[in-house]
Design a binder for this molecule. Structure first.
Ligand code: ZN
Length: 122
């Protein structure tokens, strides 16, 4: 039996678009963070994918770097009262965390597929 040919899809493109790591077209999620059982386009089984805590670690580092850097710069430059920091950085932390969670989880799943980290997936 001949396997269907799938062009090589960059894990970064597929991950950041939240698409299937094999075909690059099918949706990866069926909710905010729930991974579909299989790709709707090529049928790749997502049953074994597990990104674990990886996305949370990267989000902590990225969002922490951005928010702490901006907070330090704001404090040194403007010396605002504490409530200004709360108003500025709390929403930014939420936006960055929720905004990065889906693409980073999809990126880690795509990298697992590309590098055949999980047996039977990739
Ligand atoms: Zn697919």
């Amino acid at each position: 039996m001949v396997e269907p040919f799938y062009p090589v899809v960059s894990p970064f493109v597929a991950g950041l678009r939240c698409r299937c790591p094999r075909c690059g077209e099918g949706a990866l999620y069926q909710g905010f963070l729930t991974v579909r059982p299989a790709c709707t386009r090529c049928g790749l089984d997502y049953g074994k994918v597990d990104s674990g805590d990886g996305p949370a670690v990267f989000i902590s580092m990225i969002a922490g770097f951005i928010v702490v850097g901006l907070a330090l710069w704001t404090e040194v430059r403007f010396e605002p009262p504490l409530w200004v920091h709360v108003l500025l950085w709390f929403p930014l932390i939420l936006i960055l965390s929720l905004g990065l969670l889906r693409p980073l989880k999809a990126l880690l799943i795509a990298l697992q597929y590309r590098h055949k980290v999980i047996e039977g997936f990739g």
